[in-house]
Design a protein around this ligand. Structure first.
Ligand SMILES: [Zn+2]
Length: 240
């Protein structure tokens, strides 16, 4: 796993040397080798500085809802920022490399922090298979792959599955006033995550409902310790 990651990193460094990628924020300036955004876009971003803080806005948002070892986001989400443009291009414009770039950036920060040193595997929040087919990829899996490259830790892309409730299950849940959701997360590979410190990864943390549901599924396997990381954290009342 590490060897494949190493070769992939070497190939991508070599490609970058000959064909530098454009900054995902403005698509004009060339992205800097290890920085993802150009200097101008980078200066407009709000770093969250959470990787070294055991308690921060990320962990507070999930507090009392799910037991978390550590949690961190890379940037605060702001509207009309280069980060929003990059995430939009990743999600809706088939620019898969942006997911890898952002993942490597996040991975580089996590790798330096003692809070994430014992992480043994990375699990992305899954998309429903229909949606993944439509989009061409799962953006969270690309971010997870970038983190995996940088940290030298395997990404388990099939550990979790997103399924739809049947119509009758959905009706029953609504009648019983459960959350108004028609999807559920299932742990497809409990043996792959058991006894491990797992890093659950998504693009943005908003209310935390999705990460919480995925986290619960992961914690259903024995002896799982859970941490979470996202590229961005959005404020829930007003998306800054
Ligand atoms: Zn830029």
């Amino acid at each position: 796993m590490r060897t494949i990651g190493g070769v992939r990193r070497w190939v991508s460094d070599l490609l970058w040397f000959f064909y530098p990628e454009l900054c995902p924020g403005c698509k004009k300036a060339a992205a800097r080798a290890k920085a993802c955004f150009c200097m101008r876009c980078e200066s407009q971003l709000l770093p969250a500085d959470m990787c070294f803080a055991p308690e921060n806005e990320f962990t507070e948002r999930l507090w009392g809802r799910i037991p978390l070892q550590s949690g961190a986001a890379l940037y605060f989400f702001q509207r009309r920022s280069p980060l929003q443009r990059a995430l939009h291009r990743l999600k809706y414009h088939r620019q898969a490399h942006i997911g890898l770039q952002l993942g490597r950036l996040l991975g580089a920060q996590l790798k330096r922090s003692p809070l994430f040193r014992s992480v043994e595997a990375i699990v992305p929040v899954p998309l429903h298979p229909d949606k993944e087919q439509l989009r061409g990829y799962n953006q969270s899996a690309l971010i997870a792959s970038g983190i995996s490259d940088t940290m030298g830790i395997p990404a388990l892309n099939s550990a979790l599955e997103r399924r739809r409730f049947s119509e009758s299950q959905t009706r029953k849940r609504r009648m019983e006033r459960f959350e108004d959701t028609e999807e559920v997360f299932a742990l497809a590979q409990p043996e792959a995550v058991a006894d491990k410190h797992i890093l659950l990864v998504d693009d943005v943390l908003t209310t935390g409902a999705t990460l919480e549901a995925c986290g619960r599924a992961l914690l259903s396997a024995p002896n799982v310790r859970l941490s979470m990381a996202t590229v961005a954290i959005a404020t829930t009342n007003k998306m800054r």
